[in-house]
Design a protein around this ligand. Structure first.
Ligand code: WT7
Length: 647
């Protein structure tokens, strides 16, 4: 039995060449960059780095002592200068940097000059509170422009930020602050989410009670609800900034100085503080923002992620601002006040490039096509996805109902750890296939390997990154041993991201999901994504999650949890039909033993399905750690439903 190969079942044949009109105007129109990067990877990345503004050039492009890389060694720069000062100096200060919509409906437009002044003021505020170069600053805020200001202010004074998603609990915030030993916390009185007020300051107070490193808490007034202010510790954002000067000399940072720490949950236990540094990270996000999203002077970019995730760090803050583009930022939920909110925003602000997650696309599918149909989406020219494998039917829905069969789709594979996009089409040159992230970005070297490190030419295996890249994590904050163990022990000198993948005859990569989730049915290792995509292929299904459930004969049997599109009803006949549909689509081997209809699937706050908990349910175990769930009620309801059916 092959234990280190993954069988591949799904055979997706549709493909979409870049539309001629798009390809003609794209930044990248031919394969030359791929060849250039393959020939001279370091020279290629150095060309990108030269497009940034440096105080002092680097002496060496790369120093690689596995598993530690240093990029642009000896170079000096400041990230906030690259995102602000240089655009203002180039006469683009009046260009809109951010068009922001609050959930209640207000709109703010902020130019690069205004952002520059706001960042400088807040940088002075932080300094006044005793924050010095190298000190960590925690940020726990709603999706308001001030969160960007806070992050860039940290970058300006050389204080690494650690942003904690505003949906996390007081305990999660506390653990992250303590791990990073942050000196100041920046938060708000509250934020708006689905029409209700999130009590951020209250969570912050609960957290900080057990955070001895925190000296001050800066509070932004967003909702205006009364909040207690602890004298000597808490200060108001508006009071301090109105008294601060709008100029602040930027710190000259080394290319390898830390820019931020961002926590990501491991499969179990303690969150990992992923450390990113300055020069390489900025180079990587600048390059990928420009080429993957094909952005030019008149584009309006909208990345729907929260800044609390790496997607927001790289493709709201550092990439788009380093490039000097105009972008949309939205505070709230996609279904508030109605399920067409995103499409209204696209139409109102003329969004041209739209980047979102498969989990959101599946929600849009479930809600129905009438919502986007009500709005003028004709300005859109390019769409993107990130965060999970996208089921081919969700890709087709996005293509038809949002892109109107006119916009290329870039399915971008990357991770908190990789800093920037790694595997992706370049929209002007790469033919796309629904469900495939296609090929590595120029300058990124990825392979498919088996457990022994042998290359898998076609078929299933483990995704591997075989050479260092500029945006890579440098370590896990305070735990370099864990860094080595987690990412670098599977094969010597090769990075293991933890994902399974397959390669097709064109060499395209198809990400199959986390290897921890891979099913093992009668000796066949099957990626969850393939069975889920076969289910989503059925017209009644909006979303599906499958898990392996212990089985005497087969090792594992497949249990499927299925959410239906609005207007479909759950019947035994449909259950049998779905099992048959999977068998027909990808083979009898993958036929689910069990199909459970669910109103919702358990997801992390970043929208990833938590299959581990579904496995607990399917195997009748007590539920494992549920603290990272967006809605803990979802699993307990599912568990009751499952147990009822089994009895
Ligand atoms: C994991 C990383 C990258 C920013 C958001 C998530 C999965 C991500 C894709 C994609 C298939 C994807 C992988 C990866 N993933 N993008 N386009 N196709 N899978 O960051 O929380 O660090 O998660 O998300 O499993 O390892 P993250």
């Amino acid at each position: 039995m092959a234990t280190d190969r993954i069988d591949t079942l799904l055979d997706e044949q549709r493909s979409f060449a870049p539309p001629a009109a798009f390809a003609r105007g794209a930044h990248v129109r031919d394969r030359a960059p791929y060849e250039r990067a393959a020939h001279d990877r370091e020279g290629y990345w150095a060309d990108w780095a030269r497009q940034l503004q440096w105080v002092r050039p680097w002496d060496r492009v790369l120093e690689w002592k596995p598993p530690h890389a240093k990029w642009f060694v000896g170079g000096k720069l400041n990230a906030s200068v690259n995102c602000l000062d240089r655009h203002v100096a180039a006469g683009r200060g009046d260009k809109t940097a951010i068009v922001w919509e609050g959930e209640p409906g207000e709109v703010r437009r902020i130019t690069y000059s205004e952002l520059h002044a706001d960042v400088s003021r807040f940088a002075n505020v932080l300094k006044g509170l005793g924050v010095a170069r190298g000190d960590r600053v925690a940020v726990y805020m709603p999706m308001v422009p001030e969160v960007v200001v806070a992050m860039l202010a940290c970058a300006r004074i050389g204080a690494p930020h650690t942003v904690v998603f505003g949906g996390f609990s007081a305990e999660s915030l506390r653990d992250r602050i303590n791990d990073a030993q942050a000196k100041v916390l920046v938060t708000a009185d509250g934020g708006y989410r689905r029409g209700t007020v999130v009590t951020l300051k209250q969570h912050a107070d609960d957290a900080v009670r057990d955070c001895p490193s925190i000296r001050h808490v800066v509070v932004l007034r967003r909702t205006g609800q009364p909040v207690p202010m602890q004298p000597g510790r808490d200060v108001w954002w508006h009071e301090r900034t109105s008294a601060a000067a709008p100029q602040c000399e930027p710190e000259v940072m080394d290319a390898e100085d830390p820019l931020f720490i961002l926590y990501t949950s491991g499969t179990t236990g303690k969150p990992k503080g992923i450390l990113h540094t300055t020069g390489g990270y900025l180079t990587h996000v600048f390059a990928t923002t420009k080429w993957v999203f094909d952005l030019t002077e008149n584009d309006v970019f909208w990345c729907t992620a929260d800044v609390g995730w790496v997607t927001g760090h790289s493709y709201i803050v550092y990439g788009p601002l380093a490039l000097g583009v105009t972008q949309v930022m939205y505070e709230g939920a996609p279904d508030h006040p109605a399920k067409d909110r995103f499409w209204g925003i696209c139409a109102r602000h003329g969004v041209t490039v739209f980047y979102t997650a498969p989990t959101a696309i599946r929600a849009f599918m479930k809600w129905g096509v009438e919502h986007p149909a009500r709005h003028d989406l004709s300005q859109l020219r390019l769409l993107g996805t990130v965060g999970e494998p996208i089921n081919p039917e969700a890709w087709m829905w996005y293509h038809q109902h949002i892109g109107k069969e006119r916009c290329p789709i870039v399915d971008t594979w990357w991770q908190t750890e990789t800093g920037g996009i790694m595997i992706t089409p370049l929209p002007g040159v790469v033919t796309t296939k629904p469900g495939s992230a296609t090929v590595p970005f120029p300058g990124i070297e990825a392979k498919l390997l088996d457990g022994e490190g042998g290359e898998v030419a076609t078929g299933g295996g483990y995704l591997a990154i075989t050479s260092p890249w500029p945006g890579m994590l440098r370590t896990i904050w305070g735990d370099d041993e864990r860094y080595r163990q987690q990412y670098w022990t599977k094969w010597p000198g090769v990075y293991f991201p933890g994902d399974g993948a397959k390669r097709d005859d064109n060499g395209y990569f198809w990400i199959l999901g986390r290897v921890d989730d891979v099913l093992n049915v009668a000796g066949h290792r099957i990626g969850t994504m393939e069975v889920e995509s076969a289910l989503v292929d059925h017209p009644a299904v909006a979303e599906a999650a499958v898990v392996g459930k212990a089985h005497d004969l087969k090792g594992q049997a497949i249990a499927a949890f299925v959410t239906l599109k609005e207007g479909h009803t759950t019947t035994d006949a449909l259950r049998e039909e779905l099992k048959g549909h999977v068998a027909k689509k990808i083979g009898a081997l993958a036929r689910p033993d069990d199909v459970l209809f669910a109103a919702d699937l358990p997801k992390t706050r970043s929208g990833k399905i938590m299959r581990r908990l579904l496995k607990d349910i399917a195997e009748g175990r007590a539920l494992g750690d549920t603290t990272t769930l967006a809605d803990p009620g979802v699993v307990s309801r599912l568990k009751d439903q499952y147990e009822e059916r089994e009895s």
